[in-house]
Design a protein around this ligand. Structure first.
Ligand code: PAF
Length: 279
């Protein structure tokens, strides 16, 4: 696997692949890679001749400076994993390389980006769209892979691709969970042993809510989740929304959609964890 740090080297490596008529898959990441990322890379390796994985902690999508500073950075270990997964190129640029000057572009995909994460992390999706659109321009992939754990991000990127006519296919990949159900996240590395046990209640509550929902209304199911998280030691609910999986707008009745998704964000200590489940 080739490790490149500049757009120039990235594009030289890509030109060589394109000259051989090879298809290219892109997996954008912020590093601190885990089995969830590995599943995206393996899928891309299976579906494309060559896979580029970007490893870049994008400052423009962090609205909390401490969160940006504390975000784990483990490039050497990441590159070993990427090599094992069969990636062709790891692209690990500096902030100056990606943003030679401040990015003043403004992306707005209301109402997809005004609810949930968009409401609680103002500017977050603008930053995501800035970096992802730059990566699409730099790599010009045939396909790009994103995890369904960031459910809202995936919907917004699909919309950006649609509106900006990027000639590529977005591939959404299922959440990867620990054996006990906790959704894999780079942020899990920041949990203490006690918090790790407490965090388990997030996925357990979502699983239980799917059963509960079979016999209860949307409002009752929402209350069920809120009450269980409120009763769980060490957890603080930021929001739980039952939404239509395409529009991301809250539903009032199960009949409002054939694609209901529950999206949750919970603080475990100062670690902000997200998860979601289909009903
Ligand atoms: O999902 C992530 O890790 C990031 O938001 C992404 C898509 C790599 C953009 O920085």
């Amino acid at each position: 696997m080739e490790i490149v740090h500049t757009v120039r080297d990235l594009q030289a490596a890509l030109a060589a692949l394109r000259a051989q008529g090879k298809t290219v898959g892109l997996v954008p990441t912020m590093g601190a890679l885990h089995a969830g990322h590995a599943s995206l890379v393996k899928r891309s390796v299976a579906e494309n001749d060559a896979t580029v994985v970007s490893v870049f902690v994008n400052p423009t999508q962090f609205n909390d400076k401490t969160d940006l500073e504390k975000y784990p950075r483990t490039l050497e270990v990441d590159c070993r994993l990427l090599d094992e997964c069969g990636a062709a190129i790891a692209f690990a640029p500096s902030v100056e390389e990606v943003y030679p000057e401040p990015d003043t572009r403004h992306f707005s995909y209301a109402p997809l980006d005004t609810v949930m994460e968009g409401k609680y992390r103002p500017g977050h999706f603008n930053g995501v769209c800035q970096v992802v659109s730059k990566l699409f321009d730099m790599v010009k992939p045939d396909r790009a892979y994103f995890g369904e754990k960031d459910f809202q991000q995936l919907a917004i990127i699909r919309e950006m691709v649609r509106q900006m006519h990027f000639p590529l296919q977005i591939v959404g990949c299922p959440i990867v969970r620990e054996a006990d159900g906790l959704a894999l996240s780079s942020r899990n590395k920041r949990l203490t042993a006690e918090q790790r046990t407490q965090a388990l209640q997030i996925s357990q509550t979502l699983f239980a809510s799917v059963e509960y929902a079979k016999e209860h209304t949307v409002q009752e199911t929402r209350q069920f989740v809120e009450d269980r998280i409120a009763a769980a030691p060490g957890l603080r609910l930021e929001y739980f929304e039952l939404v239509d999986g395409n529009t991301l707008q809250s539903i009032a009745r199960w009949e409002d959609t054939t694609y209901a998704v529950g999206c949750i964000t919970v603080f475990c200590g100062d670690v902000r964890l997200i998860d979601n489940i289909k009903y």
